[in-house]
Design a protein around this ligand. Structure first.
Ligand SMILES: Cc1cc2nc3c(=O)[nH]c(=O)nc-3n(C[C@H](O)[C@H](O)[C@H](O)COP(=O)(O)OP(=O)(O)OC[C@H]3O[C@@H](n4cnc5c(N)ncnc54)[C@H](O)[C@@H]3O)c2cc1C
Length: 371
């Protein structure tokens, strides 16, 4: 016996949960199927920032930055216990590949896009900065800027969206293994197993929000689609002590950005790397070279260096970026998302390719408008 729904959402990351929340709010009968724990995929392994993406200004992704800043404000208002606006310091050194004027210009644009006067950026006194960050090297320091963005607990935020979906009447199922997705009577028939045994359901609409697994899911269930993704891994290391009192963004020798973020219980997160992965998502692993790279980045600026014995945890996430064969440099790849709407033998299928934590609300509203 098939249970009937209006929509099946496949994937319980932040984007799947935001969609289930929105559709259930609009009165649709929606069921979300997640193969593991809610938010246990990429959404538990991000840099945990609810941000406009200052760096994306360099790549001219102005619409993405504007949308992200708008969503940052909404998320901070909706979930004030989970999304907190905090200062981010940007020191510029003599050998920084981005000069101070360029950073100042970017920050002015960021302020203009955010339209939140209370969180506008400013230059801070070098000595005041060094007093606050005694572990940061003073040699070669030229200027320091501070701006504001949001910090969150990514998995907790994802779970909160799932709770909202449940409160609106949606069904959220964790730990289910989908065995088959097929077309039946102008809709989708989905068979899966959960802790209660074999289940079957039907819905006229299927929404595939499986993040970096999306290509593998499309192939496995034979779902038609118009895009593919490039999988770009990012690792973070967690250091057993507080290296910095506030978030710090720094530049590497190769113009990449890396950060140190104070984390729970006096720990510090250092991230992140960017590497294109060609193996299946579940086979991607952290390399020693990733760890060496992050330690070297941090030690270039730390008075008391960190080493491998200071690492208490590492975590890895995979960014699902829309494939564009013309772009070779990973940091230039667009962070924008795309909705791929496919009408297939009378049934409707929407794939979400890409999408950040920060833009989950706007993305879910766009999905709703496309229904
Ligand atoms: C290193 C890194 C740092 C990042 N930092 C930030 C940041 O600071 N701020 C920000 O806004 N964004 C950030 N992002 C981007 C953001 O984390 C992701 O884009 C976002 O979490 C993707 O969410 P999602 O719901 O699309 O995918 P996921 O969270 O991966 O969810 C997809 C879900 O689908 C499930 N699934 C897969 N196959 C199946 C199946 N067959 N059946 C059922 N379920 C299935 C998976 O288990 C998974 O839970 C970062 C990403 C990475 C990798």
């Amino acid at each position: 016996m098939h249970r009937q729904y209006d929509a099946v959402v496949l994937g319980g990351g932040i984007n799947g949960c935001a969609i289930a929340r929105k559709l259930s709010q609009e009165g649709m009968r929606v069921v979300l199927l997640e193969r593991g724990a809610i938010g246990g995929g990429t959404s538990a392994n991000s840099s945990k920032l609810i941000h406009g993406g200052l760096r994306y200004l360099e790549n001219g992704q102005f619409d993405l930055v504007k949308e992200s800043l708008k969503d940052r404000q909404r998320l901070a208002k909706l979930y004030p216990d989970l999304v907190r606006m905090v200062p981010f310091y940007l020191p510029v050194y003599q050998d920084s590949l981005r000069p101070g004027w360029m950073i100042r210009l970017g920050l002015l644009l960021y302020d203009a896009f955010s339209r939140q006067r209370a969180y506008h950026s400013r230059e801070v006194n070098k000595n005041a900065f060094l007093n606050r960050f005694p572990n940061i090297k003073p040699e070669g320091l030229r200027r320091v800027y501070v701006y504001y963005d949001g910090k969150t607990d990514d998995q907790e935020l994802t779970r909160r969206l799932a709770c909202d979906a449940r409160e609106n009447g949606g069904v959220v199922q964790e730990y289910c293994s989908v065995s088959d997705i097929s077309l039946a009577d102008g809709g989708w028939a989905v068979s899966y197993t959960d802790s209660q045994g074999e289940q079957q359901l039907k819905a006229p609409l299927l929404i595939n929000v499986t993040g970096p697994w999306i290509d593998e899911v499309n192939e496995r269930y034979g779902l038609p689609h118009n895009y593919r993704i490039t999988r770009v891994s990012g690792i973070h290391i967690v250091i057993n002590r507080e290296l910095v009192p506030d978030c710090l963004f720094l530049q590497t020798r190769t113009k990449r950005i890396f950060f140190m973020i104070p984390w729970r219980e006096g720990k510090t997160i250092i991230g992140t790397t960017e590497r294109v992965e060609n193996c299946p998502c579940d086979a991607v692993q952290i390399n020693e070279s990733d760890i060496d790279y992050l330690l070297a980045c941090a030690n270039r600026y730390l008075r008391n260096p960190v080493n491998k014995s200071d690492i208490v945890d590492t975590f890895l996430g995979i960014r699902p970026l829309i494939m564009d064969k013309r772009v070779k440099d990973v940091s230039q790849m667009s962070r924008e998302y795309k909705l791929d709407v496919v009408e297939y033998q009378g049934a409707k299928l929407i794939h979400v390719f890409g999408g950040k934590l920060t833009t989950c609300l706007s993305m879910a509203e766009k999905v709703w408008r496309r229904i």
